[in-house]
Design a protein around this ligand. Structure first.
Ligand code: NAD
Ligand code: DAU
Length: 341
């Protein structure tokens, strides 16, 4: 089986490339990634020489480059390639429309023309919008994206179902909650808090810190994606979640406890505009139909994650150099100043 993985140098993509190569002996993986600020070949250094792995630097909006990969024959595609950070989408939505919508459409066009047997679209729980207390959204919930990032992902989902309906592209859509684990770029909540706390820098908490996210350990998500790749019927949408939303403050306190750092490092800053209060998904459909279930408890997952960042400081420091510094200064220095005025 020859699988094209787009965006495989990012957080979930790199974990999935590794998961697939280690769990399936008959799989060849092509990782097609343009290496934006979030893409990092160091996340796959351990498998770079694997004869069943090939890396191609390319952009999902580049028709010629995409066609060149499809021409050699593919059995499936898993599309992770995306601009993924909500705060950056608030700063400038343009790259989100380009990669998340036009890039998905470019891949769908190739899938149509080359009659790809399976297209797995990696979507997000954010397409449903904010969930009221006590409610977990199902696959039937009407989409209500509320940030520029979420709107671009919802548009991509609509294109996937339009191409399935119009041209018969055999597509499966996965909508997952927040992932955490090794190799996550440190602009996201958990690695950012670990990185700052290690150096006794302030931990910026948006608003009151009581927003809830339904955290899933990345290995558990990888096993769900593999099941979808091998077993899901075309035309199916699956929600994936741990089913246990928790407030941000609780997550940050847990990280501080693991690192032995004081809660006085927490600093309340100006809230994210349009901040979704709560994400929560019902994942009973994938559990029932594909036999998936999460295996890693939050307690174990967060311990493994904090330990990983503690023992991979070279990876972390490299990720936090260059472009990251500009982003951090632009985003947080301004935010803190505005808040304290
Ligand atoms: P990430 O930001 O860590 O990585 C994205 C990858 O896509 C990078 O390697 C980047 O170089 C690549 N990329 C970006 N633009 C590209 C382009 N035009 N052409 C080719 N490659 C390009 O992202 P992630 O957190 O691993 O998320 C992966 C996917 O999962 C995304 O589609 C995201 O919307 C979705 N998702 C993420 C989470 C989460 O918690 N991280 C949860 C639900 C869904
Ligand atoms: O829900 C799935 C989504 O999860 C994915 O589709 C996105 O790609 C991914 O980035 C993530 O989006 P969030 O906005 O939920 O993740 P983030 O890590 O940016 O923020 C998590 C929560 O923590 C959110 O309520 C905002 C808050 N936060 C975040 C940062 C970076 C803070 O309080 N302070 C911060 O500095």
């Amino acid at each position: 089986m020859k699988v094209l993985i787009t965006g495989g140098a990012g957080f979930i993509g790199s974990n999935f490339v590794r998961h697939l190569l280690n769990s399936k002996r008959d799989v060849n993986v092509i990782n097609f990634d343009s290496l934006t600020y979030a893409g990092n070949p160091e996340s796959l250094a351990d498998i770079a020489e694997n004869p069943r792995y090939q890396f191609i630097r390319g952009d999902v909006t580049d028709k010629q480059a995409v066609d060149a990969v499809f021409k050699n024959g593919l059995d499936a595609l898993v599309n992770f390639a995306a601009e993924t950070h909500v705060d950056r989408s608030i700063e400038d939505a343009t790259p989100f429309l380009r990669t998340n919508i036009l890039g998905t459409q470019c891949l769908l066009d190739a899938a149509k023309r080359f009659k790809l047997p399976k297209f797995v679209q990696i979507s997000t729980d954010e397409v449903y919008g904010s969930a009221p207390a006590g409610v977990s959204f199902t696959e039937e919930t009407v989409l209500d994206p509320r940030s520029p990032y979420a709107a671009s992902k919802a548009a991509a989902d609509h294109f996937v179902s339009a191409y399935a309906n119009t041209y018969g592209v055999p597509a499966v859509v996965l909508r997952c909650t927040n992932n955490y684990g090794p190799y996550q770029f440190p602009e996201k909540l958990i690695p950012l808090m670990v990185a700052n706390a290690r150096e006794d820098n302030p931990l910026p908490i948006y608003g009151d810190g009581m927003q809830e996210r339904d955290w899933l350990f990345v290995e558990d998500y990888c096993s769900a994606i593999a099941l979808a790749l091998y077993k899901a019927q075309p035309g199916t949408i699956y929600n994936v979640s741990a089913g246990a939303p928790q407030p941000n403050l609780k997550i940050v306190r847990t990280i501080l406890k693991h690192l032995g750092k004081p809660e006085s490092l927490m600093q309340y800053v100006k809230d994210r505009p349009g901040h979704d209060r709560r994400y929560a998904l019902d994942s009973s459909k994938i559990q029932k139909e594909l036999g998936w279930s999460p295996k890693v408890s939050f307690e174990e997952g967060i311990r493994r994650t904090v330990d990983w960042y503690q023992s991979n400081t070279a990876w972390l420091n490299h990720a936090r150099s260059g472009e990251y510094r500009n982003y951090y200064d632009r985003h947080y220095v301004r935010r803190t100043e505005t808040f304290s005025k």
